[in-house]
Design a protein around this ligand. Structure first.
Ligand SMILES: Nc1ncnc2c1ncn2[C@@H]1O[C@H](COP(=O)(O)OP(=O)(O)OP(=O)(O)O)[C@@H](O)[C@H]1O
Ligand SMILES: O=C(CO)[C@H](O)[C@H](O)COP(=O)(O)O
Length: 445
């Protein structure tokens, strides 16, 4: 079967013949070390194309594009790299025919899920839980890919590299630094079942790396700053989750990660958060108003003026009336309930645990809110909490508790962040099953 990628013919390019695009992770350049390199100018493309991509070619003078057909294997092994973001984005492509992976994997309808949040707000942590629920082991490549799930990071659609942003004095959150047209075209193509050559933003070098091949999958999660900033993207998404982390908690998490794990200075972390704030408020935060589910993380109300931010108040805001999504409720659907479960069945030390459930309004949408303030002392006792939750989309009694126990060392497993992330991952699984008619086997210990 033939696959064609559309490549422009005008820019100077370097052709690399490398071994695997799938391994193009953070140290992408590694793949190219021993590769034969041929430097060509636009007009000479016709002389080298046949050598590398043997099959048919034709030029459409109007668009100045070369339409290149190549076998699937050839396209995997060879691609074109031009220096600079513009070159890479021009070389991003969409296969002309549908991917053969659709038939191989029995994919009828890729489900597209958007996860939005600022940097360092727990997207990766959440998506590890999602992959656990789907029982999917993902590759260690730049774009994690598993049997069921592929996770695309939207940072890959940055048009300005780190230097370019510094020169233009814009943050990565600014739409100017992102290619929403390409994002839309490529995610739409995946949803339609086409392979794409997607650019890569390399967080280690701050550069835009050559495109990698991404194929459709049963579930494609797009995570990042702007999954539905562009209204056309919203139309593509089957489910949306926003991680809404309050400033106080965001700073605490950033300090923990960037100081302890990355050796950054406190003043630099605070300055970076401050400098991003206006763009965050203008371009990222508004997406939370129409997410299907929002996990909101706030300082605790159980400790007056808490400085440590180790105890969190977490709210799961769930839209009502969304097809395929039935909000989780506590005890009695539609009621307003305050619940302190500490006592004989749940061990609590200071400052305790408090639940709340009830209807609410979120940016003019009817929602129901489930809230938990405090930390769980003994994770195995969560079964007591689980037995009071309904509409959880679990496949067996105790599945939520088991999931949290399996990942007990992951950040947030002992509070509402972990609990609500598991609940939302279960909702994704249920939606996938409803929309595709397929069944995902639950993961058992
Ligand atoms: N639920 C949580 N409770 C406590 N800390 C958390 C929680 N989730 C994340 N963190 C902290 O925040 C840091 C960032 O988390 P994570 O890498 O999941 O975020 P991210 O949104 O994927 O970040 P980035 O976009 O920068 O890659 C983690 O190193 C961890 O210290
Ligand atoms: O907001 C971000 C999302 O991850 C990053 O800051 C952005 O992608 C730029 O990355 P880097 O700081 O590595 O240049």
């Amino acid at each position: 079967m033939m696959m064609g990628f559309i490549l422009p013919s005008t820019t100077s390019c370097v052709v690399y013949n490398h071994t695997s695009t799938r391994n193009s992770n953070k140290s992408n350049k590694r793949n190219f070390i021993s590769a034969p390199r041929v430097k060509v100018e636009g007009s000479k493309i016709s002389s080298w194309l046949p050598k590398f991509l043997s099959h048919q070619r034709q030029q459409t003078t109007k668009t100045k594009y070369w339409i290149i057909s190549a076998s699937f294997q050839t396209a995997l092994e060879e691609f074109v790299n031009c220096s600079g973001a513009k070159g890479v984005h021009e070389r991003a492509g969409i296969s002309r025919s549908k991917s053969k992976i659709l038939r191989n994997k029995g994919i009828e309808r890729p489900l597209i899920i958007g996860v939005a949040a600022d940097s360092g707000c727990g997207k990766s942590t959440f998506l590890r839980r999602v992959n656990e629920i789907f029982g999917t082991k993902v590759s260690q490549s730049h774009t994690p890919q598993g049997e069921l799930v592929t996770v695309i990071c939207l940072d890959d659609f940055h048009t300005l590299d780190r230097k370019g942003r510094a020169e233009r004095k814009v943050t990565a959150l600014n739409p100017e630094a992102n290619n929403f047209e390409l994002m839309y075209q490529q995610i739409a193509a995946l949803k339609e079942g086409h392979d794409i050559m997607k650019p890569i933003y390399n967080h280690q070098t701050g550069l835009i790396d050559p495109p990698e091949l991404i194929q459709p999958n049963h579930i494609i999660v797009i995570e990042g700053l702007h999954p539905w900033y562009d209204s056309r993207m919203k139309q593509l998404l089957d489910f949306t989750v926003y991680l809404d982390i309050s400033d106080e908690v965001k700073i605490a998490w950033k300090i923990q990660r960037d100081m302890a794990e990355r050796g950054h200075k406190l003043e630099n972390i605070l300055a970076s958060i401050e400098s991003r704030k206006p763009d965050f408020q203008q371009y990222i935060d508004p997406q939370k108003s129409d997410a299907v589910a929002v996990i909101q993380v706030l300082p605790t109300q159980l400790i007056p003026d808490d400085k440590e931010k180790k105890v969190l108040r977490v709210r799961l805001i769930q839209r009502e009336g969304i097809p395929g999504f039935q909000p989780v409720y506590l005890y009695d659907e539609g009621s307003t309930i305050d619940w302190i479960p500490c006592g004989r069945k749940l061990t609590c030390s200071y400052p305790g645990i408090k639940f709340h459930y009830g209807p609410d309004n979120w940016y003019n949408h009817d929602v129901s809110v489930l809230e938990v303030d405090g930390n769980f002392e003994k994770l195995e006792e969560l079964i007591y909490i689980e037995s009071h939750l309904n509409n959880t989309s679990t496949k067996f009694y105790g599945e939520i508790t088991q999931q949290l126990l399996r990942n007990s060392s992951a950040p947030g497993s002992n509070n509402g962040t972990g609990l609500f992330q598991v609940l939302i991952a279960l909702k994704m699984r249920q939606l996938y099953e409803e929309l595709t008619g397929k069944s995902v086997a639950p993961v058992l210990i």
